[in-house]
Design a protein around this ligand. Structure first.
Ligand code: DGL
Length: 268
């Protein structure tokens, strides 16, 4: 048994899509979430900057004595997973492999679209894993940088978001994809709009559920579950305004966002 919390981070609020699935799958676990809202976006930055930020995020979570780190950010997973993993002796879970596995499982016509931030798409991280799992799958990718801002702004479903989505996604739709990987943890919040644009015949796949399953497997295999008699505690931290974190988090997670703190992440 291990009563320490799970540490989860993202460049902002998108990682809450992963956190929500973790809460549902392992409801007895305490979680510390850090959203680096003050420095978002990561996806337009260089590998060096993203890795510097991601390591600071990890060092902050380690001050909370976490038993595991979940990189709830595709960009940081694609750019910095190896570096983070090499520095820690607790399990580190990333989101690319689980999302790629889901895509391989779902596609029927073996044409898979991948959308993500500029850094994630440039890294070709999804293509590498998908083609390792099944070399016959054809992949088509597009970066959709404005999606992150639209999500953080709360514009999940309006006509401007729809038109931007059309511009980004029409070329992928024309390739005849039957599966689309939402390769950024912000994008599930735009799922309704994305689905309207690509059509209901295209299956949307995100890493969130699959990543939560990996968390559950690691807890089971390492026998490090929290004592079920002790109520889990959820703590949230941001590097920017607490008010906007509470507003967004509560809208997305329901009543669950109450304890939010602000941290000066540059200190870590
Ligand atoms: N949520 C992050 C991801 O999954 C990206 C947002 C950003 O650009 O910072 O890639």
């Amino acid at each position: 048994m291990d009563n320490r919390p799970i540490g989860v981070f993202d460049s902002g609020l998108g990682g809450l899509t992963v956190l929500k699935e973790i809460m549902e799958l392992v409801p007895g676990e305490s979680i510390v979430y850090f959203g680096d809202c003050g420095r978002i976006p990561y996806g337009t930055k260089s590998k060096e900057t993203i890795t510097k930020y991601a390591l600071q995020d990890v060092r902050f979570l380690l001050t909370h004595d976490v038993k595991m780190i979940v990189i709830a950010c595709n960009t940081a997973s694609a750019m910095s997973y190896d570096e983070i993993k090499s520095k820690l002796d607790i399990p580190v879970i990333e989101v690319i492999y689980p999302g790629a596995m889901a895509a391989v499982r779902e596609t029927r016509n073996k044409k898979v679209g991948i959308i993500g931030t500029k850094a994630t798409i440039r890294s070709r991280a999804y293509e590498k894993v998908i083609n390792k799992l099944d070399a016959s799958i054809e992949t088509f990718s597009a970066d959709c940088p404005l999606f992150v801002q639209l999500v953080e702004e709360g514009w999940w479903d309006n006509d401007i978001t729809y038109r931007i989505a059309e511009k980004y996604l029409t070329p992928l739709k024309e390739k005849g994809i039957d599966t689309l990987v939402l390769g950024c943890t912000h994008y599930p919040l735009l799922a309704k709009t994305i689905s309207e644009v690509v059509g209901s015949g295209v299956k949307l796949v995100s890493s969130a559920t699959e990543t939560a399953r990996v968390v559950q497997d690691v807890i089971n295999s390492k026998c490090c579950a929290r004592d079920p008699e002790i109520k889990p505690v959820y703590s949230y931290y941001t590097s920017d305004s607490i008010d906007s974190f509470v507003a967004f988090g509560s809208a997305f997670l329901g009543n669950k966002v109450c304890s939010v703190g602000k941290t000066d992440i540059e200190k870590y």
